[in-house]
Design a protein around this ligand. Sequence first.
Ligand code: GAL
Length: 425
Amino acid sequence: MRKLVVGAVSVSLWVFLSLAVYAGGAKEAPATAGAAQQTKLEIFSWWTAGGEAEGLNALYDVYHQQYPKVEIINATIAGGAGTNAKAVLSTRLTGGDPPDGFQLHAGLEVEKYDPVRYLQPLDSLYASAGLDKAFPKDLLALLKYKGHYWGVPVNIHRANVMWYNKKLFADNNLKPPKTWGEFLSVADVFRSKGIIPLVIGTKEGWEAGHTFETFLISALGADGYRGLWNGATKWSDPRVTSALETFKRLVSYVNSDYSALTWDQAAQYLVDNKGAMHIMGDWTNGWFTSKGYTGYGWQPVPGTAGIYDALSDSFVVPKGARNEVNAMNWLSVCGSKAGQEAFNPKKGSIPARTDCNPALFNEYLQSAMKDWSSDAIVPSVVHGAAAVEKWATVYKDILNSFVTKGDVAATQAALEQAASENLSM
Ligand code: GAL
């Protein structure tokens, strides 16, 4: 039986529940006094890159069809993984100036926003709109924190994907590597031909941590990796050392301008036939699609086949939202079949709902849907599922400096220290 373990919480198989029909949920939001005056809806997110922006706009279109009189204010703060958005958001919440709705990862990230104080619990929306029957059980468990639902998920993303340029592999008679040994062999060939073997951009400070969590999964397997977040696996484990060593070796094959590039700028090397491989989440699929680029292949990061490093984007409504009725309707659209079928094909993610039509999705996403239904699911740390934000931030900073410094022992010691401080929380 597959298990998702998040921190100390273990939840059972992500079951594809049969579907409760969720029709017209958007109309079921509570009517509160003053609703008639609410003509706006401010939605806060970090979705500005190709694919991200198109997906969000598609969701706005669905909202507009249902609520044509409401003006949507698209409040975005650019920066992958919410690097810049999260800080602004905290200031707005504590300063009493919340947006009407904002983007939040499912999982322990919610702890950062002190939900009991700042967010609306959504249990009655879940019940009235049938959301408690629309999502897999284990996603529901991930969404529950302190006994309540705080967010409505729009998708599931996969973090452990290795994208590659099919032409460069074909031109050089190479096969995408399944092991790190094979990876090093193909990387040597590419390097000798003047092609960047592995592209990465670390400008925003989270990308190295993202890459490394996939190396941890590769070295530790699903159970070993889960154990890092609940104390069952020690950060002093020799397999963590080996993951760091793998990362260090791979850094010698990356583009020299890595610290100046964002994840999507790095992916451009593949589009330009200058870079062979890129380890990044499947929002890259949305980005490639938005560029009209089709020359890419994909496979799990070496050593992680059969494991789905998962995260989910949700939307929440803060207490004191100025346009609360509109915001609750927004959540209903986010959770609806129509909303998820419009959003996900463009965003490059699979729906959180279990009843969406696979024919609407491209080949990569159809393969992701299959993997999602059979793989072992593990929670992403960089994208909010596995650990509280404070820990995830320390983890990201440690890995970001590892890329330039390459000190395996000091990095592992710092990771052990971070775990000891946060596991006891
Ligand atoms: C993740 C988010 C994705 C994608 C990515 C890059 O944290 O969950 O939806 O936007 O960041 O920005």
